[in-house]
Design a protein around this ligand. Structure first.
Ligand code: PRP
Length: 184
């Protein structure tokens, strides 16, 4: 799905597909440099991080396994439910491994804070975080994030894996959803 397909639902276009994939390519270069000589375990956080993992991994020269976790933090609406639980856990042991958690977005930071604490308990050799997008103004807790694609305003954004009620995930760019669409 392209921006033109849903332009009427967006109040603003933040990033084109080329801008996003170009930035991810830069981050992949940083990851390659930092993990030279090592094998990486990527932990993608479902569902939103699918696009970010897919594009990042294809740009990496480093060998990487790709594994997935699902954590609930939001319902179908616009605001956080405040409920955090693991819906799908890893199927591999990460003890002694170099782990990179990959997110599409850090909003309040609560999901990642919970996840990082949980994964640290499994004693990986290293644990770092990469996110495509981050909303500094929405932060409710401090999370150490090594690789950030873009810092964005505290608006309701969709596209590139980010949904509203399950839709817009397959939009290839990132835009601000017009409040009229969600009754805001
Ligand atoms: C989104 C996003 C992050 C989380 C960030 O996931 O993918 O995992 O919210 O929010 P936070 O920083 O406020 O915790 P969501 O729970 O909406 O699931 P989804 O990826 O399946 O849409």
């Amino acid at each position: 799905m392209e921006i033109a397909d849903v332009r009427g639902d967006l109040s603003q276009v933040l990033f084109t597909p080329d801008e996003i994939t170009g930035r991810l390519r830069e981050l992949a270069g940083d990851v390659d440099r930092d993990y030279a000589g090592k094998d990486l375990v990527i932990v993608g956080v479902l569902n939103g991080a699918v696009m970010t993992v897919a594009d990042l991994a294809r740009d990496l020269k480093t060998h990487c396994e790709m594994h997935w976790m699902a954590i609930s933090s939001y319902g179908d609406g616009v605001t956080s439910s405040g409920v955090l639980r693991i819906l799908k856990d890893l199927t591999v042991d990460i003890e002694g491994r170099d782990v990179l958690v990959v997110e599409d977005i850090i909003d309040t930071g609560l999901t990642l804070s919970y996840l990082v604490q949980n994964l640290r308990g499994r004693q990986p050799a290293s644990l770092e975080v990469l996110t495509a997008f981050r909303k500094p103004a929405a932060a409710k807790c401090d999370v150490d994030v090594k690789y950030v694609g873009f810092d964005i305003p505290n608006d309701f954004v969709v596209g590139y894996g980010l949904d509203y009620a399950g839709k817009y995930r397959n939009l290839n760019g990132l835009g601000v959803l017009d409040p009229a669409v969600y009754g805001g």
